[in-house]
Write a protein that binds this ligand. Structure first.
Ligand code: G6P
Length: 369
């Protein structure tokens, strides 16, 4: 097992560090930036299904559901198609309205999650076109769907999902760009700008990983907290949810993710000097509004850990700790902002002597209801 961990103390840390490579493997052979093409067999063969879709329904569970939420922003923004994101377990039992004009995308690392599989079967019965985004080749979901795309992230052993999440977002971004281009939703130059920036992402993830020593210091300050709040807006709202889930899963600290603007409708009541608040405050997407949320936290003496874009000045003045990530296109920021949150939960869990790779009561793949 030590050999399999490749010199890392835990599979989770190894998998966090594998992300630059895993993302590259996900778009390798699909993203042909110099030719200005995205090639994805599963979509190319069924392009009319996607182009003519009235809406896209995304079903998933856990971390994959969070990737689905990011995809909702990406698909609506880039491909201008309405998207609904559903917990597979809720969707399958609520007599959902599904037609043959719907495309259902099932996202699953393992390809074996029972609820997601059941949602797929239901959608197929009702005539929808079903597309799978899976990591495990030949898995049940991969076999049950009409078409699909593998993430090619390599085996994920740690129960807390890391590289599966970022590679799912990568695939879904490629899909949205391809569909948006096909539908003529943006200019050729914008399309090229996206493709070029996607190619920069592995190197930028690598830079984000360099904040690891700083995050270890921050983890040491907050390792004994009982609660933690994660805030983000827009594309980074699902990242806040995912950050909170990671902390809960492996450190057993109660954590909640919230859209930053919703703070005033509840979580603000919890903020005092004991409450660490992790805020994603990158320079695009409502930056000024997030800054004012940070001011509200500060005036209630909450401890602020901010994830900012490199060179940020304003948030630095307010936050207790600042972690920088490289600049990128707004819709690609989740691929970077998620990295420090993964590392933070990892270090806190290690410092609390938790079983990082196999947290209590959790399974890597939930094949029963
Ligand atoms: C379990 C795992 C999570 C995962 C979820 C969905 O809860 O512990 O890490 O996100 O299942 O799994 P899937 O394989 O469908 O992505």
């Amino acid at each position: 097992e030590q050999i399999e961990k490749g010199g890392y103390d835990h599979f989770m840390l190894k998998e966090i560090y594998e992300q630059p490579h895993a993302i590259l493997d996900t778009y390798r052979g699909r993203l042909l930036a110099d030719q200005g093409i995205i090639r994805m067999a599963g979509i190319d063969q069924h392009l009319e299904k996607f182009v003519n879709a009235n809406r896209i329904i995304i079903v998933a569970c856990g971390t994959s559901w969070h990737a689905g939420l990011v995809a909702e922003y990406i698909f609506e923004d880039l491909a201008r198609v309405p998207v609904e994101v559903e917990y597979a377990s809720e969707f399958r039992y609520r007599n959902p309205i599904i037609t043959d004009k719907d495309v259902l995308i099932a996202i699953s690392q393992s390809g074996e999650t029972a609820d997601t599989l059941a949602a797929i079967k239901l959608a197929k019965e009702k005539g929808a076109f079903v597309f799978g985004v899976c990591n495990v080749v030949g898995s049940s979901i991969a076999r049950e769907t009409h078409a699909g795309a593998y993430t090619h992230a390599g085996p994920e052993i740690g129960v807390a999902s890391t590289k599966a999440f970022t590679t799912q977002i990568t695939i879904l971004t490629l899909m949205a760009l391809k569909l948006g281009k096909e539908k003529g939703e943006f200019s050729e130059s914008k399309f090229h700008e996206y493709l070029a920036e996607l190619e920069n992402i592995p190197a930028k993830v690598q830079i984000a990983l360099e904040s690891n020593p700083l995050i270890e210091i921050i983890a040491d300050v907050y390792k004994d907290s009982s609660n933690c709040l994660y805030l983000g807006r827009g594309y980074n709202f699902p990242v806040a949810l995912e950050g909170a889930l990671k902390l809960k899963e492996i450190s057993y600290i109660h954590a909640e993710g919230y859209p930053a603007a919703e703070m005033k409708h509840g979580p603000i009541a919890l903020i005092d000097e004991q409450m660490p608040v992790i805020v994603i405050a990158t320079n695009k997407g409502h930056y000024e509004k997030v800054v004012s949320n940070i001011q509200e936290i500060k005036s209630r003496k909450g401890k602020i850990i901010a994830i900012v874009t490199e060179g940020d000045e304003q948030v630095k003045e307010l936050a207790d700790h600042v972690v920088e990530i490289p600049e990128t296109i707004e819709s690609l920021t989740p691929l970077l902002t998620t990295i420090p949150l993964q590392l933070l939960s990892y270090h806190i869990a290690v410092m609390r002597n938790c079983n990082v790779d196999q947290p209590r009561n959790l399974a890597k793949s939930v094949t029963v209801e």
